[in-house]
Design a protein around this ligand. Structure first.
Ligand SMILES: *Cc1c(COP(=O)(O)O)cnc(C)c1O
Length: 356
């Protein structure tokens, strides 16, 4: 178990982090729990680059996506999708009976700002959602270029899914004017799945006040009012064990230094991309490639499932393509606490297996 290298898109978790999660519990709403939450929020604000509120949840990222769309769409939501996780926003809105339109590009492409402008200028929408780092295709949408466009439309509550980039790629929530930026623990933060966190702007708060049917468990305004306004009193029992792990891991991340961490992700990404160019081909628009995952076209027609079985015997794992990209592509996640050396070891093992 110890030397397993999971490079699937979910990151592997250090033993010491898991041990922190087994610490003796403190009561929810107690002073100790409150202090723990405040420490976490303080550090998360530095990674989100925000002064807005931070909400912690005891469910995975999709829950906050549902909470965001449901709590903040009054008129109609515009969803911009370049893959599996972009489409999830749309499915969520549909399932909640929220008026919504999906703008989906061919997988491998990235959304550009002019397109967003064109859609928002119709005046039909008051919420838009976009994936930052699309894990299924290895594409990053250029959200930095969208800032000036989206901020032309003050009615728009801007939601960003940064689940698979946060902690591995810089994201500047306040500078860009993002209202709800969402991340989960199990990707570049290198924690077990089970918690998610988001920024929650004043604009989002104001909007949520005007929505009558925000649901119950995923009502972001309810979470905000309990956790922020009433200081740490979460409306539902929070996962304190996870918070221990998160607090500890955020300390590790701060010790490494954010810029160093982003640089390490870029280095790992370059190693994988150079290798992929040499042996296969990279999937998708070369101008918008992810720094946390590389999706590779299976140009040599290898049996990805078979490869992964053999890799697992050696303690490694990669991911097969998502949905319609299965077997046509495969993905290598280079995120979290993984090192350049570990990435090189993985690539050497792949070469060894497919060469034999
Ligand atoms: C993993 C992932 C999610 C959320 O998945 P959960 O299983 O709910 O944590 C959302 N968006 C992207 C881009 C992801 O990679």
């Amino acid at each position: 178990m110890n030397n397993k290298r999971f490079m699937t898109g979910s990151a592997q978790v250090k033993e010491e982090v898991l041990q922190k999660m087994a610490m003796p519990l403190v009561g929810q709403g107690s002073e100790n729990a409150c202090e723990l939450q405040e420490k976490i929020v303080y550090k998360l604000k530095r990674i989100f680059n925000t002064e807005e509120s931070i909400l912690l949840s005891s469910f995975s990222g999709s829950g906050l996506m549902e909470g965001a769309v449901r709590s903040c769409t009054r008129k109609r939501a515009a969803i911009f999708s370049v893959g599996n996780f972009g489409n999830r926003w749309y499915e969520i809105a549909k399932a909640n009976n929220i008026p919504v339109d999906l703008y989906e590009l061919e997988w491998g492409g990235a959304i550009n700002a002019e397109f967003v402008d064109e859609i928002l200028s119709t005046g039909k929408y008051d919420l838009m959602a976009i994936t930052h780092n699309e894990t299924s295709t290895g594409i990053v949408n250029p959200i930095e270029e969208m800032e000036s466009i989206i901020n032309k439309y003050p009615e728009i509550v801007w939601c960003v899914d940064a689940v698979s980039s946060f902690g591995g790629t810089k994201i500047e929530v306040d500078k860009l004017g993002i209202d709800i930026c969402i991340t989960s623990t199990e990707k570049a933060l290198a924690l077990p799945a089970g918690m998610s966190m988001c920024s929650f702007s004043k604009k989002a708060i104001e909007r949520a006040h005007k929505i009558t049917n925000r649901g119950y468990y995923l009502d972001l305004l309810n979470i905000y009012e309990h956790a922020i306004r009433n200081k740490c009193q979460y409306p539902f029992t929070p996962a304190i064990s996870y918070m221990y792990g998160l607090d500890y891991q955020l300390d590790n991340i701060m010790k490494e230094g954010l810029e160093n961490r982003y640089k390490r992700h870029e280095e790992m990404s370059n190693v994988v991309k150079n290798w992929a160019e040499k042996n296969f081909e990279i999937f998708g628009d070369k101008n918008h490639l992810s720094k946390t995952i590389t999706v590779i076209k299976n140009t040599s027609n290898i049996n990805v499932e078979e490869l992964n079985k053999k890799l697992k015997e050696r303690g490694f794992a990669i991911s097969n393509g998502y949905g319609k990209l299965k077997e046509k592509t495969f993905g290598i996640g280079h995120m979290g606490d993984a090192t350049v050396q570990e990435v090189q070891e993985l690539l050497a093992n792949i070469e060894d297996i497919i060469g034999s």
